[in-house]
Design a binder for this molecule. Structure first.
Ligand code: NAD
Length: 362
């Protein structure tokens, strides 16, 4: 099969759909890999690396989309990419169709077979192609907080881990799922004073087993959140209720109780955010200040670390790309986890969530 890896054209996106190591494996399996010139540069996968792996470097993007049977990307197709997507072609990428009606219609109307990373789902309900990005966002969150707590970057001038005689920064993490537990790992590593809250006691038990007294766990409820939030210097929001808007846990009532100079990192912003006052921001302008609070609400945090994120993504997608390259429909018939990624094929919408969101026929 011919597999195409285009340059990501969305703003601030330096990741690429496949590393050169991944390309080498596909070439070894007998496939042709076309890589648009410069596609991997932002992730330090250079044209010469892809060429050495046996891929073909293509300078004409139209030619790449024309020739490829399978397009592997990172972000959803936008602008001219939607004009190039065609019947007989499969696209495998993060699609997030339920967030965009126009995108959903265009993808369906293209006639292409569209498979979304974010809905590939294992039997235990886990989302293997979403998880690496949650892990990265979680580990980045305390790092970003630490950065913007510093005076030259607009913060009050506090050091996460403190020093002997000066207490560490009190850090509250709301949600102990993938993002939350990884945020806890880094915050504890930085020496912060960490409290983590969840409604799921099992998750708190597992963190308690892992960190012992180095972390405080607290069941999430409005009263407990108020109690913890008013003492915190950093609050990291990572809650998720699958299929629903993120609940706003830092409410209008809690906001006036927060410390002056508090840093609010809303990782859950891509699902609406869990703090009142959160609005999406971008890497080129990631924070804003409101009444003594600093908000960081970047919706694609892993985009800040394209080298790590591209490698983590390819490690998880490659086994699925190999299956798809043998024939997308055969692969989906054989593997239910992959079939759950299917959004549209032959001009028909397949994903019930998208149909429901926009009242579109299945
Ligand atoms: P997850 O399902 O692993 O974890 C969510 C946790 O929230 C669960 O443990 C759940 O029990 C908990 N929760 C639900 N309601 C709660 C409440 N009222 N109080 C406390 N905890 C509550 O999800 P995840 O993979 O950790 O993702 C979390 C969020 O981060 C999602 O919205 C995801 O889209 C987002 N995310 C954002 C970025 C980014 O770049 N901004 C990157 C990756 C993930």
């Amino acid at each position: 099969m011919i597999i195409g890896i285009p340059v990501e054209i969305k703003d601030d996106e330096a990741r690429v759909g496949l590393t050169h190591a991944g390309a080498a494996e596909l070439v070894a399996a007998g496939h042709t890999v076309l890589v648009e010139e410069g596609a991997g540069a932002g992730a330090r996968c250079f044209d010469e690396d892809y060429a050495a792996a046996g891929a073909e470097i293509v300078s004409d993007v139209e030619e790449l989309w024309e020739r490829a049977d399978l397009i592997v990307k990172v972000k959803e197709p936008i602008g001219p990419e939607l004009d190039r997507l065609r019947e007989g072609q499969t696209i495998f990428t993060y699609l997030h169709l339920a967030a965009d009606e126009e995108l959903s219609r265009r993808v369906v109307d293209s006639g292409a077979t569209a498979i979304a990373y974010e809905t590939v789902q294992l039997e235990d309900g886990s989302l293997p192609l979403l998880m690496p990005m949650s892990e990265i966002a979680g580990r980045l969150a305390p790092q970003e907080a630490a950065h913007y707590l510093m005076k030259p970057f607009g913060g009050p001038g506090r050091l996460m881990g403190g020093v002997p005689g000066v207490p560490p920064v009190r850090t509250l993490i709301l949600g102990a799922g993938t993002v939350g537990s990884h945020a806890a790992k880094v915050a504890v590593g930085m020496g912060a004073d960490v409290t983590i809250m969840d409604i799921n006691t099992q998750r708190l038990r597992s963190l308690d087993r892992e960190y012992g007294t180095r972390i405080r766990t607290h069941t999430s409820s409005p009263a407990h959140i108020l109690e913890e939030a008013r003492e915190s210097d950093v609050i990291i929001g990572t809650v998720l209720i699958p299929g629903a808007r993120t609940p706003q846990l830092i409410t209008h009532d809690i906001l006036p109780e927060l410390k002056d100079g508090v840093m609010l990192v809303d990782v859950a912003i891509d699902q609406g955010g869990c703090f009142v006052g959160s609005r999406p921001t971008y890497h080129h302008d990631p924070i804003y200040h409101t009444e003594g609070r600093t908000y960081y609400c970047v919706g694609n945090m892993p985009g800040a670390v394209p080298v790590s994120a591209t490698t983590a993504l390819t490690d998880q997608t490659l086994p699925y790309i190999k299956l798809l390259a043998e024939g997308p429909f055969e692969a989906m018939r054989a593997r239910r986890d992959l079939a759950l990624g299917l959004q549209a094929a032959n001009g028909l919408l397949v994903e019930p969530g998208v149909a429901e969101a926009f009242n579109l026929p299945l």
